[in-house]
Design a protein around this ligand. Structure first.
Ligand SMILES: Cc1cc2nc3c(=O)[nH]c(=O)nc-3n(C[C@H](O)[C@H](O)[C@H](O)COP(=O)(O)O)c2cc1C
Length: 171
């Protein structure tokens, strides 16, 4: 008898270049998983420099912005892959909010992030907010250092990671 397939969700926040969104979509495709976008109730400005400044203030204060309710209930999933851009060496504030809303005990977390070359402590910070979770296959994907969408991490590394996550989650 084979075990029931794990229910897998890919939840991500992506703001300035769509980088985290593209990685999230690639992962969700590879896993055949549901995908949900994390969004703040109060939208960020369109101007990049304004987002950088607002993000710095929010990270400094440990601010957790209100997020829009997801279309799915994370509590119904055995494994949740959570993706975030790096904002001032940690996860984006909206992802901090999301991490605090999930009951992690007994669930699997696959943390992944995008960055421009200064990855900071994103993965460790996410793991610290997922108390009781089984953490597998964390991934850092590097893009260019100017906030653009040019990927620096070899695409084959991202593909290999998706394959490893799929195997790990029995997909
Ligand atoms: C507010 C803010 C802070 C950032 N801080 C960092 C940082 O500390 N380290 C880094 O490597 N990149 C930093 N970046 C760059 C983003 O992490 C990178 O461009 C990311 O891939 C953007 O993802 P997105 O297109 O999904 O929003 C920052 C970008 C913003 C907007």
């Amino acid at each position: 008898m084979t075990a029931a397939p794990e229910r897998v969700l890919v939840a991500y926040f992506s703001q300035t270049a769509g980088n985290t969104e593209r990685v999230a979509e690639q992962l969700a495709d590879g896993l055949g998983a549901d995908v949900a976008r994390i969004e703040t109730v109060e939208p960020y400005p369109d101007d990049y420099d304004e987002v950088v400044e607002q993000g710095r203030r929010e990270v400094d204060e440990g601010y957790e912005p209100e997020i829009v309710g997801l279309e799915v209930d994370p509590g119904e999933y055995d494994a949740i892959c959570v993706g975030t851009p790096t904002w001032w060496y940690t996860m984006a504030p909206a992802v901090r909010t999301f991490m605090g809303q999930v009951g992690w005990a007994g669930r699997t977390l696959v943390p992944f992030m995008t960055n421009g070359g200064w990855p900071g402590t994103v993965i460790e910070d996410m793991e610290a907010l997922a108390r009781g979770a089984h953490v597998v296959e964390p991934m850092e994907v590097r893009f260019d250092s100017t906030g653009g969408s040019r990927i620096v991490t070899p695409r084959s590394d991202v593909e290999a990671w998706v394959d490893r996550v799929a195997r790990e989650l029995g997909r």
